[in-house]
Design a protein around this ligand. Structure first.
Ligand SMILES: Cc1ncc(COP(=O)(O)O)c(C=O)c1O
Length: 414
């Protein structure tokens, strides 16, 4: 009898621990628990830092830029604060200020050699906001959205937010889209393909050839199925490019192309939530599309992108943080880790490096690194087991002092 009561108590305790608490839906409860390796590592990091001190933990878990925004940002911010234009804090058109959208359209026209106007630009609350607005506007329930693995894990939730279905397409050994697999994955129900270059978590950049192959594959399938498929390019790292690489733009490779980007990374304004969507001017029904995107921006509750930031970034389209700082960090990590014996595809942009885990179990390997107080995210968190991500947007001192730990753990497995 005593044992039965005891077992019942244990059972009820387990049910309590693993069941949704009153205030959270079952769906959100499940998603929270399955989702984020990054969050788990971040929380682990807080515990370790508390125990060993901030400087003794090598936290590479988060893509949160350590650089401060450029001085030009503060100059404009100060000017606006001292002489605020009348009405600067009021509501505005849901697509954003026309002056800001014009500034972005002009900049894109110069970069890409396609004529953009303010009609093609919608200001958003970051790229995360932009992606949600795009998906909301384009998908019907059960439409398919294709993403490539390894992927930014939020895509799964963003797609689910709008009742679409995600489908994962593998990449090749260089983390570039496997075009045959892409062709096989596209069906009548495919509405959208999301690409991300420079890529999180791998740092690879898609070349013109890769983009052209993606475009051609989509067009073949559109013809075959009589459908319209959108290519959505998620580009928050577009300006973080190394070795004088020029960014290969996606617009020339497919008509139904939409990009979304932000100044979270290139101006280190991640907390300010400022970004935009740009649609290809050659999309036939581009007025309907931009009206739809603007409407979604409103009804998702974003209403419009932050006013103050729109005023500032319209004057900063040619400015970015010091990209060479990230390139230098990439070089230190890549050169040292490869010479120790790690196998790595050299990143060409962003601030991530994605080495192969020396053992099959990337989660165990991340745990072993943790014993050296090094926090990384296992590739499993990006749908690519067998690898791990280092986010090197941290102080150079952290990188330099972590190298011994990376070496120690590798030696144990060799
Ligand atoms: C691939 C990718 N897409 C989108 C985002 C969201 O960025 P934002 O701050 O612009 O919403 C991130 C942020 O880390 C990212 O890595």
């Amino acid at each position: 009898m005593y044992n039965e009561i005891n077992n019942l108590i244990i059972f009820l305790f387990i049910v309590y621990i693993y069941s949704p608490k009153m205030s959270v839906s079952t769906k959100i409860f499940k998603s929270m628990n399955q989702s984020s390796w990054i969050r788990r590592m971040f929380e682990d990091g807080l515990v370790l830092k508390e125990k060993f001190g901030e400087n003794n933990v090598f936290d590479f878990s988060l893509g949160n830029p350590n650089l401060e925004p450029p001085s030009e940002f503060y100059k404009i911010l100060r000017k606006l604060a001292l002489n605020p234009p009348q009405g600067i804090h009021r509501y505005m058109p849901n697509a954003g200020y026309i002056t800001t959208r014009n500034a972005i359209a002009n900049q894109l026209s110069k970069e890409i050699n396609i004529q953009f106007t303010s009609d093609h630009i919608i200001m958003t609350c970051g790229t995360g906001g932009g992606l949600n607005v795009i998906i909301k506007t384009l998908v019907d329930p059960n439409d398919e959205v294709l993403i490539f693995s390894p992927y930014f894990v939020e895509y799964l939730f963003y797609i689910d937010n709008h009742n679409a279905k995600h489908k994962i397409v593998p990449t090749n050994q260089n983390f570039l889209p496997n075009i045959n697999a892409l062709a096989k994955s596209i069906t009548k129900k495919t509405k959208m393909i999301i690409i991300n270059s420079p890529n999180n978590p791998t740092g690879v950049v898609y070349s013109e050839d890769v983009l052209s192959s993606i475009g051609k594959t989509i067009q073949e399938k559109e013809k075959l199925f009589g459908t319209q498929i959108y290519l959505v390019s998620d580009e928050p790292y577009r300006k973080i490019l190394f070795d004088n690489l020029r960014y290969p733009h996606v617009f020339p490779h497919h008509t139904r192309t939409i990009i979304t980007t932000s100044h979270s990374k290139d101006l280190a304004l991640a907390g300010e939530r400022i970004g935009y969507i740009a649609i290809n001017p050659s999309i036939e029904s581009n007025k309907d599309l931009s009206d739809g995107l603007t409407f979604s921006n409103r009804i998702l509750g974003f209403v419009n992108a932050p006013a103050l930031m729109q005023n500032i970034i319209s004057q900063l389209q040619n400015v970015s943080v010091d990209i060479l700082d990230y390139q230098n960090k990439r070089d230190i990590l890549y050169n040292n880790l490869t010479s120790i014996g790690y196998s790595i595809i050299k990143p060409q942009g962003a601030f991530y490096i994605f080495p192969k885990s020396p053992i099959k179990d990337d989660i165990l390997f991340a745990e072993k690194l943790r014993e050296e107080k090094i926090l990384v995210v296992p590739g499993s968190g990006f749908g690519k087991p067998g690898y791990f991500r280092i986010a090197y947007c941290v102080d150079i001192d952290i990188i330099n002092r972590s190298l011994n730990g990376f070496s120690n753990v590798l030696k144990r497995f060799n």
